[in-house]
Design a binder for this molecule. Structure first.
Ligand code: SF4
Length: 959
């Protein structure tokens, strides 16, 4: 029986006659044939049989964070890449890809791609560029960074990353420079969920073991567009094929929800109420795991702090829990969330029945949408903890257990400065940098940036409030030198001083390791044409020699740049980029990865069995499975070596060694536990209490800023869901992929037919959607796949360029005219949609779509959650018919208003310092962690902090 039949998607087909084939078809070429794989040339058909010889070179996809294994078909005659298929030996993707993987070939062959380093000519943002060499570009950048380091301006050199995709590489570079210069996109992505998980267990992400689960609960659309999209989708379906039932909580009937056994279309932001009602049912019906709770939850602290009048016994803990959550009845949840009480109860019982085999996942979704959205992840994990499904087969583990930590040939010391543009005092608990507030901080004069790298990062288009970014990028007194490292043109690069072409996935090196399943794996992203040339006996010194044009890779770029910053070694930078084998010479990428691969457990042995060294093994296969499973790490007994010289704290039983927490003693045994201050799962959070949020000491429900009771539906007010992904697109780089844009081109406004009738809007009509700082004009799509009272718009579309800009992303971008009616009042009008264009690719003359979507994010003010720091994406909007002067795709925004909204949200924060004068709890990590001396505000002794600091080992995993 086919999987589709077993899943109930289609009925059973009538029996077919036996195939005469004798099992010769395979899903992928076997590795032993990768050096010379022969295919019959399709273009010769039917007249000629032409054989083509390929070298199949593995690499990994760079189109999302999953790093699925690609197999590049490199023509052995020309070294051109012909196509990409899946790498069958990659442990996570197992030969399968989503649509975006094979479409990498479109990005490689993009007729508009940037092929050479460019320097702006004329005013910044004017759209004029000249071609320069890599040497010229690096001299310009290195000279500026050198001056900043010599003058002690270590907070003025900033690397701001959009899509990361490597393991600690750039963090090591920044440490070598001694700057607090790491900024990321996490706070517009997953900070809400991360905080919700971190406050329980320190590890800030979940790793659900879908394949072995009996019941799966997904918050949002992880089957079609999750963070680990293709690897997770495979395993969710595997779980279902083995009998697991699936529940999906989503206000939209996504493709994922359509595959679910239970769809829970909660009113946006009310999810914690539904999850707490499930928790209550599990408690009331005795479906919890008593032993797991007793051992692993910090219930004694909870009783002492919140119920000091009762004896500290486990039975009292359960009764107090029941009392504290008594109000979350299924009926209350139904009234609040709009999901039937019976469904909530049914799902809760299924979770209880699944017990240790309950897998759950939240990455973005509502945790990224709402004020207090972090409680979605916190209350979801509460369910996993109640039924003991943490770290179990079929349960949900901390992500870190599946993540490989590389050993580097050299470890520069941590820096000792603190950059308040990234970690401002108002948000001491933020996960992590408050990156989307940067324009407002710069406008307020909180600091300035001298050298600003935007790396695969496009905030003008992907972030809220894009024109505030334009305003600061346009101002050279705020941002001195803007260097855009990018494989494709993007809206932010138009305001750069240097645009430096970086490779797509098959044109660069990176090490990847992600928590896609219960095991641990590594994969090697490599420049496939370079590998093919080297196999053919053509040595390549730098990767740009084998890539198209002068497209480079960042690994070699950072090494060369660091060398140029400190040519004499006087600054102490150069030594961190010298070869471990050739003293005084620059390290090569081969040497860098050889050192790491030689230290991967099991890899040297696996390589030797094949007659290879570890680097050659990774170049040949592209991936290696380090551990098949990684369950139950919290129960790991500390080794004899670890236990030598330990001290066990009397009250908490935390195991200390050399001032660092190493584990916990439970039932007389010293085990690893979790890297929280208590080493247990923290139901009661002393951290939240200590850092001025005592009302959230235990998991709860915070009413959203777009709560349904606050919306005036008669006036056309709705909650707008602007964050959902389309399975076929990514943020910026899919704009250059013709196949993907032929599938999805526009982002209409989803409206329920009942709301459409009320507003007299029909399918395809133009609607004006207003926030408090502006409006956009979009087409209406009437659909029953959205809750009444809620509207939705996908965030992938609406790419744009101005007439004066270099032609770019022409499969997706509209030409716009941007005008300022008054300072801060910006109007964007689309003057031409996508359409056919001449290029060497004949398909470019076949573009049949003419509307490219609306850049809705431009009209979203920044809305920082005061605790997690997450930008609360969901918007209170008014929807009305478009007026006679409105055009499809119009966007108007007032950045003066956006600054006022920023101030209003800033006032919700409760600024540090916390205990011990700390800027941030010591146990909470930062992506680029400074020395402990940088944590207290100046002149304060950090001894007043109660934090038990985990060992450095754990820091790596906690970001
Ligand atoms: S899920 Fe798709 S886009 Fe993401 S890495 Fe895999 S193939 Fe690429």
């Amino acid at each position: 029986m086919s999987n589709s039949v077993r899943l109930g998607i289609i009925g059973e087909a009538p029996p077919r006659p036996e195939s005469s084939a004798s099992g010769l078809l395979t899903s992928a070429p076997p590795p032993e044939k990768w050096d010379d794989w022969v295919e019959i040339e399709a273009r010769g058909w039917p007249g000629r049989r032409v054989e083509k010889h390929y070298r199949l070179v593995p690499t990994t996809c760079f189109n999302c964070e999953s790093a699925c294994g690609l197999l590049a078909y490199v023509d052995k005659e020309t070294h051109a890449i012909r196509k990409f298929e899946g790498n069958p030996v990659h442990p996570a993707s197992r030969g399968r890809l989503c649509a975006k993987g094979p479409a990498t070939i479109n990005q490689i062959n993009d007729p508009d791609r940037i092929l050479y380093p460019l320097r702006r000519v004329g005013r910044r943002g004017e759209g004029k560029w000249e071609k320069i060499s890599w040497q010229e570009a690096m001299e310009l950048i290195a000279g500026r960074i050198r001056r900043a380091l010599e003058e002690g301006r270590r907070n003025e050199v900033v690397y701001h990353v959009g899509r990361p995709g490597n393991e600690g590489y750039v963090e090591r570079v920044l440490q070598a420079w001694g700057v607090d210069g790491h900024n990321s996109h996490t706070n517009i992505c997953s900070a809400g969920a991360r905080f919700g998980y971190a406050i329980w267990q320190a590890y800030d992400r979940p790793s659900p073991d879908h394949a072995n689960a009996e019941f799966i609960l997904l918050i949002s659309a992880h089957l079609e567009s999750g963070h680990y999209f293709n690897p997770h989708a495979q395993r969710i379906i595997e779980g279902k094929l083995s009998g697991a039932k699936l529940a999906v909580m989503d206000s939209r009937l996504s493709n994922t929800a359509s595959m679910a056994d239970f769809w829970l279309p909660t009113r946006p932001g009310t999810e914690p109420a539904a999850l707490l009602a499930m928790a209550r049912t599990i408690l009331e019906e005795g479906l919890y795991d008593r032993e797991f709770l007793r051992r692993w939850v910090n219930w004694e602290v909870y009783l002492r702090q919140m119920h000091s009048d009762v004896p500290v016994t486990f039975e009292q803990f359960i009764s107090c829990l029941k009392a504290d959550y008594a109000k979350y009845t299924p009926e209350y949840a139904e009234a609040e969330c709009g999901v039937p009480a019976a469904t909530i109860q049914q799902v809760a019982r299924r979770i209880g029945r699944a017990g240790h085999r309950f897998a759950a996942h939240n990455w973005r979704g509502p945790a990224s949408g709402h004020l207090g959205g972090w409680q979605v992840a916190r209350t979801l994990h509460f369910l996993s903890i109640l039924v003991g499904a943490v770290g179990t087969e079929g349960g949900t583990s901390p992500n870190a257990w599946s993540k490989f930590r590389p050993q580097f040939f050299d470890n520069p010391p941590a820096h000792d400065v603190w950059n308040e543009l990234h970690f401002p005092p108002e948000y001491p608990l933020a996960h992590y940098e408050m990156s989307y507030l940067l324009p407002h901080f710069l406008k307020e004069g909180r600091g300035k940036i001298d050298v600003y790298f935007t790396r695969v990062f496009n905030p003008v288009w992907t972030y809220p409030d894009g024109f505030s970014w334009v305003e600061v990028l346009d101002d050279e007194s705020k941002i001195g030198l803007h260097v855009a490292l990018t494989p494709t043109w993007n809206e932010t690069a138009y305001w750069a001083d240097l645009v430096l072409p970086m490779g797509h996935g098959p044109e660069r090196h990176d090490l990847n390791s992600y928590e896609t399943q219960s095991g641990m794996w590594i994969a090697f992203r490599q420049p496939v044409q370079r590998v093919a040339r080297e196999h053919a006996g053509q040595p390549v010194q730098f990767t740009y020699e084998s890539n198209p044009g002068r497209v480079w890779e960042e690994d070699e770029f950072w090494i060369s740049l660091s060398w140029q910053i400190d040519p004499t070694g006087q600054l102490g930078v150069r030594k961190h980029f010298e070869s471990p084998h050739r003293p005084g010479e620059m390290i090569t990428v081969d040497e860098y990865y050889r050192y790491i691969f030689e230290r991967v457990p099991g890899l040297p042995q696996a390589a030797k069995a094949q007659g290879l060294d570890p680097l050659a093994y990774m170049r040949k296969y592209g991936a290696f499975e380090v551990h098949k499973t990684t369950y139950q790490r919290h129960e790991r007994h500390l080794t004899n070596d670890e236990r030598a010289g330990i001290e066990i704290l009397a009250d908490s039983k935390v195991v200390m060694k050399a001032g660092k927490a190493l584990g916990i003693e439970i039932d007389g045994k010293c085990v690893e536990g979790f890297p929280t201050p208590s080493r247990r799962l923290e139901f009661y959070s002393q951290t939240l209490v200590d850092w001025k949020w005592p009302e959230y000491a235990i998991p709860g429900y915070i009413q959203s800023h777009v709560h349904w009771r606050e919306l005036d539906t008669e006036r056309g007010e709705f909650c707008l869901l602007p964050t959902f992904r389309l399975p076929t697109l990514i943020h910026t780089r899919s704009g250059a992929a013709k196949w993907l844009n032929e599938i999805s081109q526009s982002n209409p406004l989803w409206i329920h037919p009942s709301d459409g009738r009320r507003l007299q809007l029909a399918d395809g009509d133009l609607a004006r959607v207003r926030t408090e700082i502006g409006y956009f004009i979009d087409r209406v799509w009437l659909t029953e796949a959205i809750r009444p009272g809620v509207v939705a718009c996908s965030h992938h579309l609406g790419r744009w360029r101005r007439r004066e800009d270099v032609p770019a992303n022409r499969f997706s971008a509209s030409i716009v005219q941007i005008s300022q009616t008054e300072p801060g009042k910006w109007l964007v009008r689309q003057v031409e949609g996508p359409g056919p264009f001449p290029s060497p690719d004949p398909d470019s003359s076949r573009v049949w779509w003419h509307e490219g979507g609306v850049p809705q994010n431009l009209i979203f003010p920044v809305q920082p959650d005061p605790i997690s720091g997450m930008h609360c994406w969901h918007q209170r909007v008014t929807v009305e018919r478009a007026g006679p002067g409105d055009h499809y795709g119009d966007v108007f925004v007032d950045t003066n208003l956006s600054h006022q909204v920023y101030k209003r949200w800033l006032a919700k924060a409760r600024a540090g310092p916390g205990p011990g004068g700390l800027r941030r709890p010591l146990w909470m990590n930062r992506p680029l962690r400074p020395t402990l001396d940088a944590f207290p505000v100046t002149g304060v002794d950090r001894a007043g902090s109660r934090d038990a600091v985990p060992s450095e080992e754990t820091w790596y995993y906690m970001i």
